[in-house]
Write a new protein. Structure first.
Length: 411
């Protein structure tokens, strides 16, 4: 009987990981392709680039703001209801966007509804729901595996969305994404129950069995936790600026929208590898070092991009290189939160770090639009991105983290 339990546990865990990864594939696939709609909406409605960027910037903030709230509810009551609600909100926002084509309408649909829906089916809820059912040494890999699903969604959705926009218009592409979003509903149910081992796994909380308010208060007094927030804030600026304005940068170089779609797809594809590598390395190397190297490499990649000729090959190489670190920062960041405070309230605590990420995302999306309208290009945003990448790299170095060998020895 014990052998049967031992053989069934891996299947249960793989089922959880696959369901969580597929959910993130849908929500992030829909969310990370919004930059492809900026130019078509601008051309069809006459709404300014800055106004569209501001709506998407609100969406960046909303996506982050809802995650600690939804994460806290999921930590207490389970994730199934939150995930179903998220799928409905995401589909509703996408379906309403073609009918509310004003700056205020876009702020409501893209800035609130779709962002809140995607946030309810995002990292903090999914990683938090699975971490409580896994042994501590498996959580970094699990976070990388789930994160890879989101990147795969970007790889799959970007060329499909661009193809629908080209052949049937941006409104049809929105409707297509709305229907696809509803596929996340049945995926919520494999996550509805905890296995018997989950309670044992969750006892790995370094702080002990305390309440949510106490745990948040302890985290907010921890300098390492704030350093994670600072690094993730700068990451949010990078991600939101690029996902919103990379198609615009490519258009400024006189290249076709297909180059944009391929570039965004390449970012997603290479981040699948980056997420899996980051998740695996987190079991062997201190995660703060992984984060520091990732952030520093972005400054180098942007500098090389600015020196290269503006050709399709340049954008493809840049997208592939940047994609390797794109959201591969999520597994080590979530892993560090779990190391510092345990998995019991990971959905809430990691949700708060994602809020910092999306505050940065708000500025990245919005200021990119302002830069284009005022200066005619994105040059000063590229310089700002390089400076912020270096700040993020340095901010992660003082984080307190025991080596993986010490964690295994203590376990």
């Amino acid at each position: 009987m014990n052998s049967g339990a031992a053989t069934s546990a891996p299947r249960i865990h793989w089922g959880l990981l696959l369901a969580a990864s597929a959910t993130l594939m849908i929500t992030m696939g829909a969310r990370q392709t919004t930059g492809l709609f900026v130019s078509p909406i601008h051309q069809d409605t006459g709404i300014g680039i800055a106004a569209i960027s501001f709506a998407l910037a609100i969406g960046q903030f909303t996506w982050g703001a809802v995650q600690p709230v939804f994460g806290a509810i999921a930590d207490k009551r389970g994730s199934t209801g939150i995930l179903v609600l998220g799928a409905v909100l995401l589909a509703l926002g996408l379906a309403l966007t073609p009918h509310l084509t004003s700056p205020w309408g876009l702020m409501f649909t893209l800035g609130v509804l779709t962002a809140a829906g995607a946030g309810a089916g995002s990292f903090s809820i999914l990683i938090g729901a699975t971490a409580q059912q896994l042994a501590p040494e498996k959580r970094s890999f699990a976070a990388g595996f789930i994160n890879a699903g989101g990147s795969l969604g970007q790889f799959v959705f970007a060329p499909l969305v661009q193809a629908v926009i080209a052949f049937a218009g941006w409104a049809s592409a929105m409707y297509t994404l709305a229907v696809a979003s509803l596929l996340a509903i049945p995926l919520a149910f494999p996550l509805r129950r905890k296995t018997a081992s989950s309670s044992a796994a969750s006892t790995g909380n370094a702080i002990g069995d305390i309440g949510l308010k106490q745990q948040v208060a302890i985290a907010l007094r921890d300098r390492s936790y704030w350093m994670l927030h600072l690094g993730f804030f700068t990451c949010g600026v990078h991600i939101a600026f690029l996902v919103t304005h990379l198609p615009g940068e490519i258009a400024l170089c006189g290249l076709s929208p297909n180059v944009s779609a391929v570039s965004i797809a390449l970012i997603g594809l290479f981040n699948v590898a980056g997420s899996l590598v980051a998740g695996a390395l987190g079991q062997r190397v201190r995660m703060k070092w992984i984060l520091a190297v990732m952030y520093a490499s972005r400054a180098v990649m942007i500098a090389l991009y600015l020196m290269a000729p503006p050709t399709p090959l340049t954008f493809y190489v840049f997208a592939a290189a940047l994609g390797f670190t794109w959201l591969a920062t999520v597994p080590p960041t979530a892993g560090l939160v779990g190391k510092l405070f345990g998995p019991r309230y990971l959905g809430t605590l990691f949700g708060l770090t994602l809020l910092s990420h999306q505050i940065g995302g708000f500025f990245g999306a919005w200021m990119g639009g302002l830069a284009l309208e005022r200066n005619g290009d994105y040059m000063w945003m590229w310089y700002a991105d390089m400076a912020l990448a270096l700040i993020a790299a340095v901010a992660n170095l003082p984080i307190r983290e025991r080596s993986p060998e010490a964690v295994r020895a203590a376990a």
